[in-house]
Design a protein around this ligand. Structure first.
Ligand SMILES: Nc1ncnc2c1ncn2[C@@H]1O[C@H](COP(=O)(O)OP(=O)(O)O)[C@@H](O)[C@H]1O
Ligand SMILES: [Mg+2]
Length: 438
């Protein structure tokens, strides 16, 4: 039998994606193209890049992870914002589906800090996956759901049982999570599928909060752990900012055994080079080698910046071939726009005291010893705590014992330019003769 050319194969439902309106960041709106020249680059939240550079090794590791019974049945995927985690999760989902798994990719939001709402979300996800695992089962599902809500199963207290602090509402939410996951596990066993994979993005938001008796993370871990003893058919990948690892450590002592840890960061120089050069080669644009070199160095291989620089240069240089001179011509405006699009809200989101720490750090070159910050800011109290908060938010990191540096390339330069502008504006508005420039 002949099929029409281009006819789609019988539609297999694909990976499920649940996005979250709460925290979804707007994609950087591509300004209306004023020219007809191609622009292959895609700066934006979770937007697949034109070429996924430097992740081949990790994807091979992932293929092994879904093909085998791995030592750690779950993964964390952590890294700063803009390092490509969301893009990788989508890639993982596609690879897992290819290997016969059903997958669900959810962006967790602030509201899921409440364990009851997380239990709702997990039930929703489990139901969606069960519908894919066995379309027939879905028919009777509504009735079953009712029963599940009325008769929440109690947890056995054992290795994976709850801590005594769990009571009342939190325990009920934890029971529902566990019931949902065990139904999913059963549905996988009854199906032909290799397994079910939950990919939870922005999962650093799921931190236990003892003071408010909220245990979303512990509840989720206990639920997942309870079905993984024999065969891990249901697995989870938690992705988020680096503080996710700390949240896990605090949540349950055995989280260590449940998770393998994948950390993503800036691309190596040669991969960053590919991230620019390969999409350019496929479009009718070219950047001088020196321009690519400049961008690779300037961005330190930070994935979001590579896309941002590439897109900005394509958009603002009117010739198909971009020379170093042309690049130099647009660079100041590029850095200004990057500041507005990326750094300003990070700076504005810091408290005034935290802003002073950032400004003091920006005045120093390279790693900044804590002692030097203390000396520079004698009047700021609780400096160590401020530094810790900046680390938790991914703005700075501990480079060596007692010394800190900016986590994002170009942030220091941005803060310096900002300080310069503030100084000039102040001198203009006060009428005092300022001395702009350095
Ligand atoms: N491996 C990569 N190579 C090139 N560009 C990438 C790569 N990974 C991500 N990007 C780009 O970086 C930006 C941020 O990716 P995203 O997945 O949203 O990061 P995160 O989820 O870590 O904040 C997107 O524009 C994406 O296209
Ligand atoms: Mg993301």
């Amino acid at each position: 039998m002949r099929t029409k050319a281009g006819e789609a194969p019988a539609a297999l439902p694909g990976p499920i994606k649940q996005t979250n309106e709460d925290t979804a960041m707007a994609e950087v709106a591509p300004t209306k193209p004023t020219e007809q020249l191609a622009n292959p680059f895609r700066p934006g939240n979770g937007v697949p890049p034109p070429f996924l550079a430097g992740r081949d090794g990790l994807l091979v590791e992932f293929d092994t992870f879904v093909a085998q019974q791995p030592l750690h049945p779950n993964w964390t995927l952590t890294g700063l914002r803009g390092t490509g985690k969301t893009v990788l999760l989508a890639e993982f989902a596609a690879h897992a589906e290819q290997a016969g798994w059903v997958t669900l990719h959810r962006e967790v939001g602030e509201r899921h800090r409440d364990d009851g709402r997380l239990a709702d979300a997990l039930e929703e996800d489990v139901n969606a996956l069960r519908r894919r695992l066995s379309p027939l089962a879905a028919v009777g599902q509504a009735g079953e759901d009712g029963v599940r809500y009325l008769r929440p199963r109690r947890l056995t207290v054992g290795e994976l049982g709850y801590e005594p602090a769990y009571e009342g509402r939190a325990a009920e939410a934890a029971d529902r999570m566990r019931a949902a996951v065990s139904e999913l596990d059963a549905a996988v066993r009854d199906s032909e599928r290799a397994g079910a994979l939950l990919l939870y993005d922005e999962a650093h938001l799921l931190a236990d909060d003892r003071s408010r008796e909220r245990y979303p993370l512990s509840g989720l871990l206990a639920a997942i752990g309870s079905v993984q003893k024999a065969e891990p058919n249901v697995r989870v990948i938690l992705s988020g900012l680096p503080m996710l690892s700390l949240n896990l450590k605090r949540a349950r002592t055995y989280a260590e055994r449940m998770f393998g840890h994948v950390v993503v960061g800036n691309l190596a120089r040669s991969d960053a080079w590919d991230a620019l050069a390969i999409p350019l080669a496929a479009s009718h644009r070219s950047f001088a080698l020196s321009v690519i070199g400049e961008i690779v160095e300037g961005t330190a291989g930070y994935p979001y910046f590579l896309q941002f620089f590439g897109a900005y240069v394509c958009r603002s240089v009117a010739s198909p071939d971009v020379s170093l001179d042309a690049y130099r011509g647009v660079e100041p405006a590029l850095l200004h726009e990057l500041g507005l699009a990326f750094f300003e809200d990070r700076f504005e989101g810091a408290t005034p005291a935290e802003q002073r720490v950032l400004e003091a750090m920006a005045r120093v070159e390279g790693r900044v010893p804590l002692s030097r910050l203390h000396a520079a800011l004698p009047e700021v109290s609780g400096l160590n705590l401020l530094v810790r908060r900046l680390v938790e938010r991914g703005l700075i990191y501990r480079a060596t014992r007692g010394a800190y540096d900016f986590a994002l390339p170009l942030f220091r330069d941005h803060l310096r330019r900002r300080a310069e502008v503030t100084k000039v504006t102040r001198s203009v508005t006060t009428g005092r003769a300022g001395a702009p420039g350095r």
